[in-house]
Design a protein around this ligand. Structure first.
Ligand SMILES: [Zn+2]
Length: 580
């Protein structure tokens, strides 16, 4: 029996624990089990519980070194132009990141141009370049006007002997020489012992001490391949932190990335390397937004402006093209989304019911999602958001239809909900914007598309170009809508909007069936001012599905607006003016 086996294991564990506790009362001088320093200054007994309960009381602030532009860019498939680097660096600086590792100056002229632009931007952050343990790398970094270098020298025998074909002694000598060279040129220097987590600890200590003695500002513990656990991290870092200021550079191959940061900070480190959203080689780096929110919430330790974290993640995702995993802390689409009926109901009564902290903390908003777990409260709230009044019987019917659609494995969009409400209440949908015709071509150098839209009672034709047919199609829609929005004033004398500015908050494509003849579903979230709407459309043609979804979303947004403003019948075709 499974249950019995679980209880046997539990009772063996408890018996062992009690026996251990009795032994312990005999020996007060027991060394700590995980190699960390004694747990408290007041000389109280160093029990396991006290070790766990010994939080980061010695730190008020932890500095973040962001390496999105170097280690993050080393992620396969990510390549940043100088303009991309500058854009991300500005966001990092605005958030208050302390050090920006802008790239690796030895890589290429384009890379140097990117680093140079970041270094010359006059940011508050210290701007650095990665440099291997060779003098020419430091020269290249100097050409970029950086404030400092992250000097990486081999630390494990695997790297010392197999990778660079050197010896421990020679590496120490070179390190001393390079640190002196860099500091002589006015650079801030951090020495990183590559693969330090798998290095001989005595040697690593000697190497790092030599770097500090030669004038380095700090050293860095590197778990280059993410191979260590928190106990080993604490042991190594506590030795390094006794030598001088120590940073942490951990990877997430075992899923221990942030745990090791925590262990390292407890062991005496004061600076954390990470990337926005954790992008990086293999399983990635530590996500700086996770470090920042965890230190803020659990220990009241300052890092960066946490209310800018989501914005930062979105910007990096946009620029790098690496999508945000939906279930990721801080930045995932579901981090503050609630679908389950019980959760939605509880959340509507008290926002903290199913959230560890309010979404606004990191610059986000709560989202209620409808699906098969939806309940009455969630559906009623969603309808209210679209200003639709329903009676009890109508609400019951709409809830059952939402569940039915959810049961078929479909995401229930706002458009689905609105269509259900129209059907249940016997209302005719009065379309404001409709796609009449679409043609797109991706041959040649410049993908183009043209659309014919019915907007109110007029037909508009427009074409657009873009990076691909979908982009061109959406541009054509934008142009068609803008064509009618520039001329003068409305019938009631109010100003017409200058443009049809709307935000495409998300665009997602799913292939429903495998193979090249797959039907795809395109889901878009579109917002304008404080209104937003989700719509999906399916078609075998991805361009068509995209444009249909987009046009439907625009139509729904304009319908909401004209509900607010029922007297402007002749203008119902106009998209609402921007809120700002
Ligand atoms: Zn790394």
């Amino acid at each position: 029996m499974v249950v019995r086996r679980i209880e046997q294991v539990a009772s063996r564990r408890l018996a062992g624990k009690f026996a251990e506790r009795n032994d312990r009362s005999d020996s007060l001088d027991r060394p700590s089990s995980d190699g960390t320093r004694p747990s408290s200054d007041d000389g109280s007994a160093d029990t396991d519980t006290e070790t766990l309960l010994n939080p980061l009381t010695h730190l008020e602030e932890v500095q973040l070194l962001d390496t999105t532009l170097r280690d993050g860019e080393q992620m396969p498939g990510v390549s940043l132009t100088p303009a991309d680097k500058l854009e991300i660096a500005r966001e990092l600086d605005a958030a208050g990141v302390h050090v920006i590792e802008a790239g690796s100056a030895c890589t290429s002229e384009g890379e140097r141009e990117g680093i140079r632009r970041v270094a010359r931007e006059g940011l508050d952050a210290t701007v650095t370049s990665f440099a291997r343990g060779v003098r020419s790398d430091i020269d290249r970094a100097l050409e970029c006007d950086v404030d400092g270098v992250n000097l990486v020298v081999p630390a494990s025998d695997r790297h010392v002997e197999t990778k660079v074909g050197s010896s421990r002694e020679a590496v120490v000598e070179t390190t001393v020489e390079l640190v002196e060279y860099a500091t002589d040129h006015g650079l801030w220097v951090e020495v990183l012992g590559e693969d330090g987590s798998r290095a001989d600890l005595d040697y690593l200590e000697r190497l790092m001490r030599a770097g500090l003695d030669a004038g380095a500002d700090r050293v860095c513990y590197c778990d280059t391949v993410g191979a260590a656990g928190p106990e080993h991290t604490a042991e190594v870092v506590s030795r390094l932190a006794d030598l001088g200021p120590t940073s942490l550079h951990t990877h997430d191959d075992l899923g221990f990335g942030v745990t090791n940061v925590h262990a390292g900070l407890k062991a005496g480190a004061d600076t954390v390397h990470g990337t926005v959203t954790g992008i990086g080689e293999r399983a990635g780096n530590v996500a700086i937004e996770e470090v920042a929110i965890a230190l803020d919430r659990c220990y009241d330790i300052d890092t960066v402006d946490i209310d800018r974290l989501y914005r930062l993640c979105r910007r990096v995702a946009d620029v790098t093209g690496v999508v945000l995993p939906p279930n990721k802390a801080v930045c995932g689409a579901n981090a503050f989304a609630h679908e389950s009926g019980i959760h939605t109901d509880g959340t509507l009564k008290d926002g903290a019911m199913y959230e560890p902290y309010p979404p606004e903390t990191v610059g986000r908003e709560r989202r209620l999602v409808l699906g098969k777990h939806a309940g009455r409260a969630g559906v009623a709230a969603a309808l209210a958001e679209h200003e639709i009044d329903v009676d009890e019987a109508e609400l019951r019917e709409i809830v059952s239809r939402v569940k039915e659609l959810g049961d078929r494995g479909k995401r229930v969009t706002d458009a689905d909900l609105l269509a259900m409400a129209e059907d249940v209440q016997g209302r005719e949908r009065d379309r404001h914007v409709e796609l009449v015709d679409l043609s797109a071509s991706s041959g040649g150098n410049l993908p183009t598309a043209s659309v014919r839209l019915r907007v109110g009672d007029e037909e508009r034709v427009a074409s657009g170009t873009g990076s691909g047919p979908v982009d061109a199609g959406l541009e054509a829609v934008r142009t068609a809508l803008e064509a009618g929005s520039e001329s003068g004033t409305r019938a009631d004398g109010s100003e017409r909007s200058e443009s049809v500015a709307f935000e495409l908050d998300s665009y997602h494509v799913d292939a429903i069936t495998g193979g090249t003849d797959a039907v795809v579903t395109v889901a878009v979230d579109l917002s304008r001012g404080d209104r937003s709407v989700s719509v999906s459309a399916s078609d075998a043609d991805i361009t068509r599905a995209s444009v249909v979804a987009m046009v439907d979303a625009l139509d729904r947004l304009s319908a909401v607006e004209s509900n607010d403003d029922d007297d402007s019948v002749s203008d119902s075709a106009e998209l609402p003016e921007q809120a700002e």
